[in-house]
Ligand binder design. Structure first.
Ligand code: PEP
Length: 266
């Protein structure tokens, strides 16, 4: 009997969330540095998808700096409506027009700092897809929730509200970032076991909400104090498909070490 065909690995993705750092010229310079590091790397079948997510006014200069590099541009947020009287907001079509193909949705700094609700995150996920953007949907528990033993319940709720009613194909065309809030910007990274357990909860929930196979088909990134020193041990977990990186994405050398760790993980 012949051996079963190997199952293709989910895509690895390493995304840099620059948050409210880097002006337009600074962002272009950082993107150019990353593009040269990318060009200097030998082509590899295991190279991850690399996505840079600068602040909205910096998108255009980074878009120009990334042209032809193979790296992708992402935004940090979008409004769920396609256009209208929403002062200070940015629509998906505007992000597409400037070269974005990805967008972060439901980052904890928006959920907890700006009161974004699960329902708004669900609407933004759908808006991103309507406007031709791949959403990276962020989920994760606070420290208080973890200490009360609520991690699983929080993840189940956030994933269920975001994905309920989505077609399987649409769900597969998203990525999820498990970002424990207590690990973001704190230097306290989750252990590989904590990341593995949380990613399993997310996969099982996707199966329950969308049907069998959804969990295995969806790329799940870990985010929260990922750096050059800890990335390899996280990527060694079969359920960790990449990383959403904040602080360590602001310097080309540190970010590229994380990208290289993802390549090396195969
Ligand atoms: C983030 O902004 O999503 C993040 C994970 O930040 P940091 O890597 O700095 O913890």
């Amino acid at each position: 009997m012949s051996a079963p065909a190997p199952v293709a690995r989910r895509p690895r993705i390493v995304a840099g969330n620059w948050k409210m750092h880097r002006t337009s010229p600074e962002g272009a310079a950082l993107a150019r540095e990353l593009a040269s590091l990318n060009a200097a790397d030998p082509a590899s079948a295991t190279a991850p998808v690399v996505v840079l997510c600068p602040a909205a006014p910096v998108l255009e200069s980074v878009s120009r700096a990334l042209a032809g590099s193979g790296m992708a541009l992402g935004a940090q947020n979008l409004h769920s409506e396609p256009q209208g009287a929403f002062t200070g907001e940015v629509a998906g079509a505007m992000l597409r027009a400037v070269g974005c193909t990805w967008v972060i949705v439901g980052h904890s700094e928006r959920r907890h700092g700006m009161g974004e609700t699960d329902a708004q995150v669900a609407a933004k996920l759908r808006a991103a897809q309507r406007d031709g953007l791949t959403p990276i949907v962020c989920v994760g528990e606070t420290l208080a929730e973890r200490e009360k033993g609520e991690t699983e319940a929080v993840l189940v709720r956030q994933v269920t509200v975001a994905y309920h009613g989505l077609a399987m194909a649409a769900a597969r065309a998203t990525a999820i970032a498990y970002e424990p809030v207590w690990a973001i910007g704190t230097g306290k990274v989750a252990t590989p076991e904590q990341a593995r357990d949380a990613h399993k909860v997310v996969r099982v929930t996707l199966d329950r909400v969308l049907g069998a196979g959804a969990g295995q088909a969806t790329a799940i990134l870990y985010g929260g104090s990922v750096n050059a020193g800890n990335a390899a041990s996280l990527f060694a977990e079969a359920d960790v498909d990449g990383a959403l990186v904040g602080g360590a994405s602001l310097e080309a050398a540190s970010f590229w070490k994380i990208v290289s760790a993802a390549s090396a993980a195969g």
